[in-house]
Structure formats: C-alpha cells, structure tokens
Ligand binder design. Sequence first.
Ligand SMILES: C[S@@+](CC[C@H](N)C(=O)[O-])C[C@H]1O[C@@H](n2cnc3c(N)ncnc32)[C@H](O)[C@@H]1O
Length: 254
Amino acid sequence: MSRVYDDEQLAGAYERGNEMPEASLRAWVELIASYVQRTSPSIVEIGSGTGVFSAAMARWIEGSEVMAVDASEVMLAEARRHHPHPAVRYLSGEAEAVPAAAGTFDLALMSRVIHHIPDRARAARELVRVLRIGGRVVIRTTFRERLDALVYDFWPQLRAIDEQRFPGEEEVVGDFVSVGFTLDEATSFAQPVATNLAEYHTRLVSRPQSKFTHLTDEEFHRGLVRLEATARSEALGEPRPVLERYDVVVFSRL
Ligand SMILES: C[S@@+](CC[C@H](N)C(=O)[O-])C[C@H]1O[C@@H](n2cnc3c(N)ncnc32)[C@H](O)[C@@H]1O
C-alpha cells in the first residue's frame, strides 16, 4: 500500500520539523511510564516514525526493551540514523500485523498514528494479541472534536481537512472496547514544542507533517508568510513558548 510517509522528502523533514525540547519529551515519557505496571517493561511503539519516542522511552524507562514498528522503510531508515539505542529494535511492520509473538508486551504506544490506520478495530485486535494480560495501550493523538493546534491560525483550511482525517474520541474508544479493551483514562497533556513563534516558524518551513501534503504549494507558502509576520511582531514583545496539546487515552487488556 502506498503511504504518505514513504515520501523521502517528508520523512527527511519529519525529524527536525517535529523536534521538541528535551524537558517536554521527558515529561511525555514520564506520563507514558506512569501507565506501565511492571519494572523493566517490554514496550512496542506502533508507527514509531523517526524513533523519537522509542529511543526516549528506552532511555528514561529503566530496564525497558522497545520494539519500534513502522510501515515506512524510509521512516525506519531515519530512525536508525537519528535515534539508535541498544534497547530499541526498529522493525518493519504494520499496526494490523505486528511482528511479535502473542503476549509479548506490557505497553503499546501509538503516538500521532491512529488517524493513519484505516482499520482501527483490526489494529486493536492485533494489540490484544501482542499485549500481556494487564498490558496497556497509550494513544496520543488529537481527536476531531478538539482540533485546536496553532497551525489552524495560519492555515485555516487545514481544520476542515483534519476534521476528515482525525477520528473522534468515541469512535476510537468504541473500536478498542469492542475488541475487549477496558478504558482506563482519557485526558490531555500540553507541552512546549518551541521556545517562541520564530523557532516554530523555522521548524515548519520544511513542511514536516503529513497534513501539509493536503495543501498546494501556494496555500502552504501563504500560511508560512502569515506565521513569519506574526513571529516578527511577537519578537518585539515578550516571547511566549508554543504549546502543543494532545489527547491521551489509555486502555487495559484484562
Ligand atoms: C506522524 S508519524 C508519528 C511518528 C511518531 N510516533 C511520533 O509521534 O512522532 C506517523 C507514523 O506512522 C506510520 N504508519 C502509518 N500507518 C501505519 C500502519 N498502519 N502501521 C504502522 N505504521 C504506520 C508512518 O509511516 C509514520 O512513520
């Protein structure tokens, strides 16, 4: 199947364009770790992209072993290059067919990937298979009803596009509960991704997210000019960090 992240330009841009300060990444890993119920856990990240979260979990969750699975060979190549770690194995695979034996993992992370998966119920069934009893799934996403990212201020047409792309919370919860998961928690968490708008602008120049593939070059450029102008006027006053909020839902396999 042809997928947007097989595009080498997007895969190459993703790593730098989606960086976040170390303190933010650490805060995310601490939140994820709070859902792990065993010491030295076995973790799978589905749709691991360039490996930022997989490597960070291996680094900060003591004794953890991480299998990082992605459907895109080009993203896996970026991950192996940018985020190698002795406790992380980067493997080619799909959410719907995880290359692991039944009952292998204590935790599965799906960060910014649920909207790319056409058959969520099938992916959820696959997670039931590969998780141990008591294992958990952490989904980090933006649900359709809470699309409030800063990008929509500069590319307003993206909101309607993302309303089509992102599932709602009820749909995702329904798919996971229908295959036997129990919903433990639905929350949200915000962390700074850039120290100010100018840094955020620099990050977005390379068009590093799949949502931007839905815009023409001209539409993208117009939004970027608006963002740059706002960043310039902000620079005259007190710079404010740019926050990104994500929804987090956690399920248990009983
Ligand atoms: C937006 S990136 C997220 C990367 C990383 N998890 C993060 O939060 O930065 C989405 C990733 O999911 C992968 N992906 C999309 N559909 C997938 C599927 N069905 N199975 C496994 N990976 C998939 C893409 O190749 C891409 O690397």
